[in-house]
Design a protein around this ligand. Structure first.
Ligand code: PGA
Length: 252
């Protein structure tokens, strides 16, 4: 048993409304009890203030889903890390596969954003993951290794460990197809070993989350793996009760 406290993060993606979020937050506060893990809720930008204010007093924290690689200035439509902190965010997802695939974010930009998040005082949730084609070509280790290496090169193991890493195989996101606990554990152990080459102590403390079709029915088995320290939850986080059962499955 290691000393890493599990973390479960919701990624609402582009879902929600003021009214729907109010109902979610009411149900979340009512159902939370004494949390058995760290909890983060990553909402769309316009709702960050609402979520930060509505999570309640039991330590759950607000996060954003992206940030600008720039600090301030003429970047129409971009949102700076400092602004996220200003509206109560403590965490930010960086390098989600949907941003890598649909918004052309490569490993260097992701590393820039992680560095920016740290400068702004945010804790990054650094996402890595291979596509189905890459997995089938036997390139999983190479692909996720390169994604992590760029971030490690930029911020070091210590910077990385301010936040967490999230392993999210692209083929498991939103597809209902989850990596088996063994498949996920294998990659998590690999990622930890890679960080260990830079700094063994930090690697032992680093939390590595699994994401991709985690549900209340499969969470406990995934979270029981030695190198899986929680989850990044998309679809199943949209109903407060479902999200809370996933959080409950993170009991060490
Ligand atoms: P999912 O998404 O749980 O809906 O598969 C996870 C994610 O993309 O973070």
């Amino acid at each position: 048993m290691n000393s890493r406290r599990k973390l479960v993060a919701a990624n609402w993606k582009m879902n929600g409304s003021v009214a729907a979020n109010t109902a979610w937050l009411d149900a979340f506060r009512a159902g939370l009890g004494e949390p058995v893990c760290d909890i983060v809720v990553c909402a769309p930008y316009p709702y960050l203030l609402q979520v930060a204010a509505g999570l309640g007093s039991r330590g759950a924290e607000s996060g954003a889903q992206d940030l600008s690689a720039h600090k301030d200035g003429a970047y129409t439509g971009e949102v700076a890390g400092e602004m996220l902190v200003d509206v109560g965010a403590r965490w930010v997802i960086v390098g989600h596969s949907e941003r890598r695939a649909m918004h052309g974010e490569g490993n260097e930009l992701v590393a820039d954003k992680v560095a920016r998040a740290l400068e702004a005082g945010l804790r990054p949730i650094v996402c890595v993951g291979e596509t189905l084609a890459e997995r089938e070509a036997g390139r999983t280790v190479e692909v996720v290794g390169a994604q992590l290496a760029e971030v490690l090169k930029r911020v070091g193991a210590a910077g990385l460990a301010v936040g967490v890493v999230a392993y999210e195989p692209v083929w498991a996101i939103g597809t209902g197809r989850t990596a088996s606990p063994d498949q996920a554990q294998e990659v998590h152990a690999q990622l930890r070993a890679q960080v260990s080459e830079a700094d063994a102590n930090t690697a032992a403390e680093l939390r590595i989350l699994y994401g991709g079709s985690v549900k209340s029915g499969n969470a406990a088995e995934l979270f029981a793996q030695p190198d899986i320290d929680g989850g990044l939850i998309g679809g199943a986080s949209l109903v407060a009760g479902d999200f809370l059962s996933i959080c409950a499955a993170a009991r060490n």
